[in-house]
Ligand binder design. Structure first.
Ligand code: FE2
Length: 436
């Protein structure tokens, strides 16, 4: 039995419950590891873009309380007076440090109290019930993915803090040279989105057929070495490559390289979790905005792929390599913070899609050319603030997850979105071009 069978319920209700309990324990261990720091580190705001870490910590417990305890368990609110503090729509991130938030010790106590009751609900709930929150353990998938997403956000905050010694690093396989830098995807119809992945979000549904003309897509994400050619070629000083809004943004903010990069003579350095190191040439570039990705692509004579092109390149599977859950072995992708960085280009040949496109999942989120819009036939579930309020021409879609994304919170249909100016996220890109 694979993990996917368990997620899909093929393990039977008991196996699924065991899997959920194990995943809940693992994600909490992760959240507690990222907040294992002194109180000042946790209550301080390290950037106006981010919440204090202690906000994320209590927020994941509050979300779990709302959805599992109140909605499914029918349990009375434990601390109704704090709900508004942890409602992401009530207070923007920049205002959160001035709120009367729970302190670190109180936050840990609150989320562990919630978790105890969540496990009681898990014990009693019927995961075969027709109700869509219970069916297949959807509500548990919702809170698990949510907590992992906040863990990734916490890593971005830890990176912004520039404090050393707080984030674990690890080993990664070596890179490999690529024979052909681009892969051709022939014209044709493919199925985008999903009706069947048990824990997929509303914005990934429904599955629908789309025709795409033939195109070329980069076999791997754009590396630091390739990106450096754009920098050294004066890419940041030439408005020809930039959209007007992007040019204006770069000028106003003095942007002339990826975030965390500085030049010292002929060498480029970067800061990674508080440590300075030379920029490694063969890693995918990260901490670039959509505008920078778009400008690079134009300079290279290419463009960003649409999200449909990105997804088609995955070959119509749950993961590019097939259905095997990436949680085991770590053979297919650099996910789940096995190391605190992207892996070198070519490090995961077994993770290639049937077309031979590599590193689609893991390493860096990949900016696409697409706005975050609903699929035809979209139905909001279970609440409007997950996706619906973000649809429109404000956010660009990112695909594929980063090294910091947990395997249970990514798949080929998964859609992330952000403002085109954002750089603190673990995002890079690959390019595409139309057939001539
Ligand atoms: Fe949240």
């Amino acid at each position: 039995m694979t993990d996917l069978d368990a997620v899909l319920g093929n393990a039977g209700p008991t196996g699924l419950k065991e899997r959920i309990a194990a995943e809940l324990a693992a994600v909490r261990e992760r959240s507690l590891a990222y907040t294992d720091a002194d109180d000042d580190m946790l209550v301080r705001q390290h950037s106006p873009l981010m919440s204090p870490l202690v906000w994320d910590l209590a927020h994941v417990g509050n979300y779990e309380e709302l959805w599992v305890l109140r909605e499914v368990g029918g349990i009375e609110p434990l601390r109704p007076e704090i709900d508004h503090l942890y409602d992401a729509f009530k207070h923007p991130r920049k205002d959160r440090p001035s709120l009367p938030l729970l302190g670190p010790a109180e936050a840990r106590k609150y989320i562990s109290g919630v978790r105890g009751r969540v496990l009681d609900v898990l014990d009693m709930v019927d995961l075969a019930a027709p109700d869509p929150l219970r069916s297949g353990g959807y509500v548990f998938g919702l809170v698990l993915q949510h907590e992992h997403q906040h863990d990734e956000t916490m890593l971005a905050t830890l990176q912004l803090s520039r404090r050393p010694g707080l984030v674990r690093d690890g080993e990664l396989p070596p890179g490999r040279p690529a024979a052909e830098p681009e892969v051709h995807i022939p014209a044709g119809v493919f199925t985008m989105g999903t009706d069947t992945v048990a824990w997929a979000y509303d914005n990934e549904r429904p599955a629908h057929r789309i025709y795409l003309p033939g195109y070329w897509i980069d076999r791997r994400p754009v590396t630091n070495a390739a990106y450096l050619e754009f920098v050294e070629d004066g890419g940041y000083r030439d408005p020809r490559w930039w959209l007007p809004q992007g040019w204006e943004w770069a000028e106003r903010n003095g942007v002339e390289a990826p975030l965390y990069w500085t030049r010292d003579g002929d060498t480029w350095w970067r800061v990674r979790f508080g440590r300075e190191e030379p920029v490694p040439p063969d890693e995918p570039v990260q901490h670039v905005s959509w505008y920078e990705a778009d400008a690079y692509a134009r300079w290279a004579g290419k463009r960003l792929p649409t999200e449909a092109e990105w997804e088609k390149a995955c070959g119509g599977r749950t993961y590019p390599w097939g259905e095997a859950d990436p949680g085991h072995l770590g053979r297919w992708a650099n996910l789940g913070h096995r190391a605190a960085r992207p892996s070198p280009a070519g490090a995961f040949p077994d993770g290639a899609s049937p077309y031979g496109v590599e590193q689609l999942i893991g390493d860096v989120w990949e900016w696409t050319d697409s706005w975050f819009q609903p699929y035809p036939g979209y139905r909001c579930f279970p609440y409007e603030e997950y996706s619906k309020v973000f649809f429109g021409e404000t956010y660009r879609v990112l695909r594929g997850g980063s090294w910091a994304t947990h395997p249970s919170a990514v798949r080929t249909t998964f859609r992330n979105w952000d403002y085109p100016i954002r750089r603190q996220i673990f995002a890079g890109f690959r390019c595409a071009r139309s057939e001539e």
